[in-house]
Design a protein around this ligand. Structure first.
Ligand code: SF4
Length: 716
């Protein structure tokens, strides 16, 4: 029996998998001859997998696989004609309306190589930065906060911090469900080291049930909680003045504002929805313990104050001098398997490759490297604005790859209409069944997990190989290949890549140039620049920065440990909240409406396109469910098991959108409801919950504020 090591397709833990075959010849290997286990040598999971990961092979049996390029009419078309058509449409649109009349919308499912070529194509050759990604929906508030505080989108710590921490604080993160393998590691550390677990979440989630201290704060009070903590630490003489003076800027301004909150603990406790005793107990942990690790996820990020909240968390750890030290600091739990890899190559419309911005020197470096006259001169449109521009007719051609914005973006009725009206839509997908694929003028067959080859970067900066092990179906191709073909049809030089290894080498070489020109940048793949094909094929999981080839395989790496940051001054930045420290909701406390949070469930993934067909995963929650407190149900005269429609409380004119079955949940706060974001018309009778939430965004990160939206329930 032989085995191939790859990585899981689902979440940012980035678990390694080992796929074994009883068939000696991997060419045309039969699914029935394959088994999948966790890779015991992978540093992210040491052999462990969650329920979704264990069933990865089941995801290969899709009811409908896209095998060849297709026109909207369903008529097959060959790659040569499809790519010529796309090249002509993009070229003509740009010629008539300018570069910003076209856009690419990408996905954390793409491999780094795909992302790199897409960004080179758009920002280098089409001259537009209208390239955004669904990572905007999950991580961009953390990205913006790290850029503001550290000068770069860099997570300072690593998974090993779990074993070194005395206290782990999880905020806005149902880690037991969304990052299960990491959560098992946290529980193991709790048992072995007596690590204290604090969970900050309005809901008593599966994660909160395992906590030593659960702080069920008022929804949206997380910023006030951490801003007040900074004031409390200062009031109690527990900030590291030596570190603050030597390594940071902006402390005095932030702390004077924070002290206004902490000076009235009784009021603050009331504001955040805790007893004064619980608030003090939490704050005292930061005084009593040296190693505190705070990890956040979507509960913080998907809010209109997500960036300020993340900076408030970072402010506290900066004040303690606890960045890049063992067992402490801030950690961002990444949603998707390659959200971070995408950000490294400039996958967000607000960045260029290798964590560069749009300054003249940065743009010139990139233009010289790609041998173009100049790259896009300014930031492009982030996801919500991008689809608004499609709706307004400003973007007239869009290429969507590996994502389903008709279900995942807020206010998707508008997205669907925008795509209907858009003169030219290309969708790269593994299946023709996704809700977004229906709007494609040209549908391109993309290689999926198990077929494609490349790299991904997980939450702790570890680059892992994703290796193909089955022969791609029909005419499906890697996304980097499809983009390169279109680029060449448009007459662009620089897209003659032989394989994913050659793309990766070019990206690493760019990283070396960037590091040379801007030495204070932390991102560095210089050591991978000269990888041979064999070395790329055999690449071990490795954390960046990777300054030399000898560092391949390095793990447990922390950065900024010396107190030197990637900012222009080299100092870490304290950031003041822009305005209010409390998220404003429309909820008026009247019994007819509830504050709705959407989130992920344990056994499903994104819009279910890959997991919705797997019976064993579907069994745990077979239909859309909305969880409510029993007293809330009584007040609404709704019973457990009833079907309800869910409609906007703010837009009274809109019709109800989602249809769900009510489930009584004692753990839900009275004013709140919870519904999984996965469902869509493809898998249920109604639309998904995100689909009609309004598209308010965080003003800094442009991340949609999916949490805490005011809705009305009506019995069917
Ligand atoms: Fe995959 Fe995440 Fe589960 Fe690991 S924890 S097996 S990466 S879904």
């Amino acid at each position: 029996m032989s085995a191939i090591q790859s990585s899981c397709a689902y979440c940012g833990v980035g678990c390694g998998v080992s796929v074994a075959s009883t068939q000696a010849d991997w060419e045309n290997v039969d699914r029935a001859n394959l088994t999948l286990t966790g890779d015991i040598n992978h540093p992210a999971n040491h052999g462990h997998l969650c329920a979704k990961g264990e069933r990865l092979l089941d995801s290969l049996t899709q009811p409908n696989v896209l095998r060849y390029p297709m026109m909207r009419s369903g008529k097959p078309i060959n790659w040569d004609d499809a790519s010529s058509l796309i090249a002509d449409k993009f070229a003509n649109t740009i010629a008539e309306f300018g570069p910003d009349s076209v856009a690419l919308y990408l996905s954390g499912q793409l491999l780094t190589e795909d992302y790199y070529v897409a960004n080179k194509f758009a920002k280098g050759y089409l001259k537009t930065a209208n390239v955004d990604t669904n990572s905007r929906l999950c991580m961009s508030s953390a990205v913006s906060a790290m850029q503001r505080a550290f000068g770069e989108d860099v997570v300072p710590g690593c998974y090993d911090d779990i074993e070194h921490a005395e206290v782990i604080v999880l905020i806005g993160a149902n880690t037991a469900w969304t990052h299960p393998v990491l959560f098992q590691r946290i529980l193991a550390a709790k048992k072995a080291n007596n690590t204290r677990l604090v969970v900050i979440d309005p809901v008593t989630t599966a994660t909160a049930k395992q906590a030593d201290l659960h702080l069920a704060i008022t929804p949206g009070a997380d910023l006030a909680l951490f801003h007040g903590l900074l004031g409390y630490l200062a009031d109690n003489g527990h900030v590291n003045h030596g570190y603050i003076k030597a390594h940071t800027e902006g402390f005095d301004t932030v702390v004077s504002h924070a002290k206004q909150l902490s000076s009235g603990l009784t009021d603050l406790a009331q504001q955040v929805g805790l007893t004064e005793q619980a608030l003090k107990q939490f704050y005292q942990l930061f005084i009593q313990h040296k190693a505190i690790l705070t990890a956040s996820c979507q509960g913080v990020n998907q809010s209109v104050i997500g960036t300020d909240t993340t900076n408030a968390i970072i402010n506290c750890h900066l004040a303690l001098g606890h960045i890049g030290q063992a067992g402490c600091g801030f950690f961002s739990l990444t949603g998707q398997p390659n959200a971070m890899g995408g950000r490294e190559v400039g996958g967000l419309a607000t960045q260029l490759a290798c964590h560069m911005g749009f300054s003249q020197p940065e743009r010139e470096l990139l233009a010289n490297f790609w041998q173009v006259d100049m790259v896009a001169d300014t930031k492009g449109l982030a996801a919500v604005d991008m689809f608004d521009a499609v709706a307004d007719g400003k973007i007239k051609a869009i290429w969507i790859m590996g994502t389903n914005p008709v279900v995942s973006l807020p206010n998707s009725q508008k997205i669907a209409k925008a795509l209907t009206d858009c003169p030219f839509v290309v969708v790269s997908e593994i299946s023709p069944d996704s809700d977004t694929a229906k709007y494609a003028d040209i549908l391109l067959p993309a290689q999926g997990w198990s077929e494609k080859c490349g790299t991904v970067t997980n939450s702790e900066r570890t680059i892992s190989r994703q290796r193909g092990f089955i022969t791609p179906k029909g005419q499906s191709k890697a996304d980097w290949w499809a983009i390169s073909l279109v680029a060449q049809k448009m007459g662009f030089q620089g897209f003659e890549f032989d394989n994913s290894a050659s793309v990766f080498r070019e990206f690493s070489a760019l990283s070396a140039k960037v590091k040379q020109a801007f030495p204070n940048k932390m991102f560095d793949l210089s050591g991978l620049t000269n990888l041979s094909q064999q070395e790329y094929d055999n690449l071990l999981p490795t954390q960046w920065p990777i300054a030399s080839a000898e560092l391949i395989g390095q793990q447990g790496l922390r950065v900024f440990s010396d107190g030197v940051f990637a900012t222009s001054s080299g100092k870490g930045q304290f950031i003041s909240p822009a305005k209010s420290v409390t998220q404003v909701t429309d909820y008026d406390g009247k019994h007819a409406s509830v504050l709705l949070n959407s989130g992920r469930s344990r056994d499903q993934w994104h819009t279910m396109t890959r997991t919705g067909h797997i019976a064993s995963l579907r069994a745990s929650i077979p239909e859309p469910v909305i969880q409510l407190h029993p007293n809330k149900l009584a007040s609404l005269s709704i019973a457990d098991g009833d079907l309800v429609t869910i409609g906007s409380a703010t837009d009274k004119a809109s019709s109800p959108f989602a249809l769900a079955r009510v489930a009584v949940d004692q753990d839900m706060p009275f004013e709140m409801a919870m519904m999984s974001m996965h469902w869509s018309e493809q898998f249920s009778l109604g639309k998904g919950v995100n689909q009609y939430l309004d598209s308010r965004v965080d003003p800094v990160s442009q991340q949609p504020g999916f949490k805490c939206q005011d809705v009305v329930l009506q019995p069917v």
